[in-house]
Design a protein around this ligand. Structure first.
Ligand SMILES: Nc1ncnc2c1ncn2[C@@H]1O[C@H](COP(=O)(O)OP(=O)(O)OP(=O)(O)O)[C@@H](O)[C@H]1O
Ligand SMILES: [Mg+2]
Length: 165
């Protein structure tokens, strides 16, 4: 857990130092257990709604988070740290809501081309289809897989939280 806390501090410092326009809106850590996928996706939906993301953005963010957290649980532990928690961050920059799902594995996602009869292999295709941008970013502790949605007409100001900015 100490490692995870250090990772969080470093990532937070790096990201917010490099880009002062980025507003952190929410952060959650969940243990790597499938039952926590539900609370992770509710968290992202609630953060998006709290910050007045428009239209069905909270529900879409919830769905895409579910795919990424499910993947992080399934594939994101690497060889060594099978108990490392998963960190979910939500941030805003200009009109974009960004959700990052951090895991401790340096293997990167690979989009699959699922055939009609295959029951899996569509998660990232759904993320690609419904997001403005998606991708992954390697860091010293593993990686984050992220997506962005157009959520506001302009950047939400902290001072106007809840005020329909
Ligand atoms: N966080 C991750 N870390 C490492 N590899 C990943 C991660 N997420 C996805 N992958 C790789 O990318 C592949 C495609 O992921 P995708 O979510 O599209 O399909 P799936 O998880 O195999 O099936 P489905 O999501 O439909 O149940 C996965 O099979 C896995 O090999
Ligand atoms: Mg998947």
């Amino acid at each position: 857990m100490e490692e995870a806390v250090k990772a969080s501090a470093a990532l937070t410092e790096c990201r917010y130092t490099m880009n002062p326009a980025l507003s952190p809106l929410g952060e959650k850590w969940v243990p790597r257990e499938a039952r926590n996928i539900a609370s992770a996706r509710r968290f992202v939906r609630d953060v998006a709604a709290d910050w007045n993301a428009m239209g069905d953005v909270p529900e879409i963010a919830e769905l895409l988070t579910s795919e990424l957290v499910t993947n992080a649980m399934a594939y994101g532990s690497g060889d060594t740290s099978t108990v490392s928690p998963i960190r979910i961050t939500v941030s805003g920059e200009k009109e974009l809501l960004t959700v990052d799902v951090h895991d401790s594995c340096i293997a990167v996602p690979r989009m699959r081309r699922a055939g009609d009869l295959e029951v899996s292999g569509r998660g990232l295709a759904i993320v690609q289809e419904l997001s403005r941008n998606w991708g992954w970013t390697l860091n010293p502790y593993g990686k984050s897989v992220w997506f962005q949605l157009v959520a506001w007409r302009r950047m939400p100001g902290v001072a106007s939280a809840g005020g329909g900015d």
